[in-house]
Ligand binder design. Structure first.
Ligand code: PMP
Length: 355
């Protein structure tokens, strides 16, 4: 098998793929495929219940205060649903612009009310996490992207404010232990660290659900989606089931061990990049992401050559995003320490070959 460092849809744990494929043929000896079970029946009810419970438990959040909601429409729908639900025309929302996805979220905010950009690193092609300064108290919310998939930067500290924090954690959720109760709404597309594409997990503080600012169709309302426990309409049953399998896999490993493994992987790769004479890291060191490592060579002729060299050694998905160039290795939870050791040895082998 290939080692897949793609940024998403990304590698999933082998056990999850195995269990998911068995469930396609015969879900839990029910005699039905997981693809055929009714979304309002007992089988799916149990899947959803456990997925909701684990989604909060692994973040250390209390189900009296928070609710997990599963939606379609990807990260993009969240960019528009957030201001649609929580920003009235005459109000202002804060945004920290730390990458392309943060800019897209901001663009959508502007459609519904006023926006205040508390910090931006756009002028420097998002090579670092911008400073954000003081947060005005009258903001409806403050939105940021905790891990910038394209640029390989990550927030290592967070705004301290009473303003509700809304955070896009798509490319990092369940990779590190944090005090998640700082946040009022956390969202993450599944296709990076949780499951297959087709579902987005939203973890929302119950008190925020009451703050809807305008009349909305039920399908675009967090309050109504939460009230209907994610089954207002037919939910993506299979992606939710796969996400449950991943959450169980994470629980069995434990969040402490998960974080340690992610730290070890990032250390291995960044050390190799920093020691290299050929490759260099793109993001500012203090803001480096534990999940997505972006690196380049001084001479662009190596880009295609190294991609081919790596592919011949079963390593794929490391082409950098077109706006950054070079390489990007995404080391989500399903990538093991051994996988990263393999990448590091291929980097070293390439360097020895060309020198
Ligand atoms: N947020 C982040 C941090 C992302 O990396 C991405 C996609 N790569 C998105 C949002 C957009 O997700 P989608 O394609 O599901 O709309």
């Amino acid at each position: 098998m290939l080692i897949n460092f793609d940024a998403g849809p990304a590698a999933l744990p082998k056990e999850v793929l195995q269990q998911a494929s068995e469930a396609i043929l015969n879900y839990n000896n029910s005699g039905l495929s997981i693809l055929e079970i009714p979304h309002r029946g007992k089988l799916f009810e149990a899947i959803l219940e456990e997925a909701n419970t684990l989604a909060l438990e692994l973040l250390g959040l209390d189900k009296n205060d928070y609710q997990a909601v599963w939606m379609q429409g990807g990260g993009r729908l969240q960019f528009s649903m957030i201001p649609m639900n929580f920003l009235a025309v005459n109000e202002t929302a804060g945004y920290i612009e730390s990458g392309h996805w943060a800019s897209e979220a901001l663009k959508n905010g502007k459609l519904y009310g006023n926006t205040n950009v508390l910090g931006s690193s756009k002028a420097d092609n998002f090579q670092y996490i911008p400073q954000w300064g003081d947060t005005p108290e009258d903001l409806s919310y403050l939105h940021f992207t905790s891990n910038n998939t394209i640029y390989g930067t990550q927030f290592h500290s967070f705004p301290e404010t009473e303003v509700p924090l809304i955070v896009d954690m798509s490319s990092e959720l369940y990779s590190r232990k944090l005090d998640y109760s700082k946040f009022s709404l956390i969202y993450a597309v599944a296709q990076k660290n949780i499951g297959p594409a087709g579902v987005t997990l939203i973890v929302i503080r119950k008190s925020l659900l009451e703050k809807q600012k305008r009349v909305l169709p039920e399908i675009l309302s967090y309050r109504d989606m939460a009230k209907n426990n994610s089954v207002l309409n037919t939910p993506p049953v299979f992606p939710i089931y796969c996400s449950l399998l991943t959450l169980r896999w994470i629980k069995a490993i434990g969040m402490d061990a998960m974080q340690q493994s992610n730290e070890e992987k990032a250390r291995l790769l960044y050390d190799a990049i920093d020691e290299s004479k050929l490759f260099y890291g793109v993001a500012k060191k203090e803001d480096r992401s534990m999940m997505n490592a972006c690196f380049r060579t001084h001479d662009d002729k190596h880009t295609e050559m190294f991609l081919d060299f790596a592919k011949e050694r079963d390593i794929v998905g490391i082409k950098g995003h077109r706006s950054v160039g070079g390489f990007r290795a995404s080391m989500y939870n399903a990538i093991s320490v051994e996988d990263v050791q393999r990448l590091v040895s291929v980097i070293k082998e390439y360097e020895n070959t060309v020198n």
